[in-house]
Design a protein around this ligand. Structure first.
Ligand SMILES: Nc1ncnc2c1ncn2[C@@H]1O[C@H](COP(=O)(O)OP(=O)(O)OP(=O)(O)O)[C@@H](O)[C@H]1O
Ligand SMILES: [Mg+2]
Length: 458
């Protein structure tokens, strides 16, 4: 049974003594208090699992205390008890948010059951909150045919034990897909462990994967459990497998064949039950040809290739992804939902998204911060992502090509930024930029900055 931390409030010393004894005998912790004012202080100072309060007390009574607790935002469930219980009192207590109403004299069984219910309720609330925070976080959002095909493949392989190799440019959602495969598999109750082979120095990768014993090399002050052992009965996601050094590839191959690992400096083999998923942004077949990736390992991990298309090749997904990230950012910050105008969505669909979905998530955050008018429109997009405008070089290298469009782009950015800063006050914007008002108008016309945005205010 779980131990509960209970606050008991009653003006009678006898009741306090007998209740606290009953709770302590049952293994709970009890704090006693003989007046409402002190009870409120205590409840605000630490999170109790349950507050049990008498109704009839001198000065502030139990119902007033209940009201104070709710007003103070105390989350602990409150159970009222009274020797003069009548139905109106019970109704009032329930309306004020009491979990239960007990009649005195109290039976120990009933009391302990109440504690158990309160604990169960708390557990459910925590679970609920956890579930709510996870909903949408690992959800793959899509709409077009390209991702429909990928989703169908995910469904097909998730339930199997097949080794999947996920291909995709940076930010296309490789890790998200790996996690989804794990969550849709029979291993979902087990751990999902990741290792980015490109991020670990070559000399540490063996110990990261297989672990090491204390003292096995300089700096190995403690025994370390490797990723394979951590992922036992679950899934191990090896990201950027193409960057794994050749010597490690041989060791990895052995583990995949034998299902056993040996810690660095250890002398016994430890059986591991792990499904391995790998990802890469490189072409493994090319790496094999260049002698940088072992052919035998390639055949082991390349059982089922899953290709994630870059965002520029699935523009139909852009509107739903924008909506998804906007909703996420707004709810995280407690902001009202911010809509995107059709024009804004269109220009974002024209952009080439070299950083793919990851870049989009960051851009959405910037767009929402800049959307002072309450919606993301074309001018917000121009400000946050000048490359997304039509006619402007998209995703090109800076410093390449004729000078004029680059100068125009710079001018545009500078004017839009200043307009934003001056809240579209034309005179102030012109002054800050060192231009005549009429000159600013002309520039805006030339650069295609919407006059609506310029004239719209003051
Ligand atoms: N289809 C999608 N729906 C919702 N969110 C997505 C989608 N694709 C990617 N994301 C989100 O975009 C971000 C980048 O995705 P992820 O880390 O999976 O990409 P990656 O391909 O592993 O990137 P990298 O190559 O940079 O490691 C994550 O926050 C992920 O949740
Ligand atoms: Mg990744």
């Amino acid at each position: 049974m779980t131990k509960a931390d209970i606050l008991i409030v009653d003006d009678e010393a006898n009741t306090l003594a007998s209740l606290s004894r009953a709770f302590r005998l049952a293994g709970h912790e009890a704090t006693v208090c003989d007046n409402a004012a002190r009870a409120l202080e205590l409840a605000k100072s630490r999170p109790f699992d349950l507050i049990l309060s008498d109704v009839v007390m001198p000065n502030r009574d139990g119902l007033a205390l209940l009201e104070d607790l709710k007003n103070a935002g105390v989350a602990a469930p409150v159970v009222m008890m009274s020797g003069q219980a009548h139905i109106e009192m019970a109704v009032k207590a329930t309306r004020l948010g009491a979990l239960d109403f007990l009649e005195k004299p109290l039976s120990t069984d009933k009391l302990l059951l109440t504690v158990e219910n309160a604990l169960k309720l708390k557990r459910l609330e925590v679970e609920n909150r956890d579930l709510r925070s996870r909903v949408g976080k690992h959800e793959i959002v899509w709409s077009g045919d390209a991702m429909r095909r990928v989703m169908a493949q995910i469904e097909r392989v998730a339930a199997s034990e097949a080794r999947v190799c996920i291909y995709g440019e940076t930010g296309t959602g490789k890790e998200l897909v790996a996690r989804t495969l794990h969550e849709k598999s029979a291993r979902r109750g087990g751990p999902f462990v990741t290792l980015n082979c490109a991020a670990v120095p070559a000399e540490l990768i063996e110990s990261e994967l297989f672990g090491h014993e204390k003292g096995s090399f300089t700096g190995a002050a403690q025994r370390h459990i490797g990723k394979f052992e951590q992922a036992h009965r679950g899934t191990l996601f090896l990201d950027e497998i193409g960057d794994m050094p050749l010597a490690m590839q041989a060791k990895l191959l052995r583990v995949l064949e034998e299902g056993e690992v040996e810690r660095v400096g250890g002398d016994k083999s430890i059986p591991v039950d792990v499904r391995v998923l790998v990802a890469t942004h490189r072409n493994l077949e090319d790496l094999v040809k260049e002698g940088k990736f072992r052919q035998d390992l390639f055949h082991r991990v390349y059982v089922f290739p899953l290709v994630l298309p870059p965002l520029r090749q699935r523009k139909e997904d852009i509107p739903v992804l924008l909506k998804h990230f906007a909703a996420q950012v707004c709810s995280q910050n407690g902001w009202k939902p911010v809509p995107f105008t059709a024009e804004a969505i269109e220009s974002l669909q024209r952009y080439s998204w070299p950083g793919n979905v990851r870049e989009m998530r960051n851009v959405v955050e910037r767009l929402l911060l800049l959307a002072v008018s309450g919606e993301v429109d074309r001018s917000t997009v121009e400000l946050a992502l000048p490359e997304a405008q039509s006619g402007m070089p998209s995703g090109g290298e800076p410093g390449i090509g004729p000078l004029a469009p680059r100068v125009a782009q710079y001018e545009r950015e500078a004017i839009l930024a200043e307009l934003q800063r001056q809240q579209h006050h034309i005179t102030n914007t012109a002054k800050a930029l060192g231009l005549e008002r009429s000159h600013l108008y002309k520039k805006c016309q030339q650069l295609g900055i919407e006059m609506r945005a310029v004239r719209g205010t003051r």
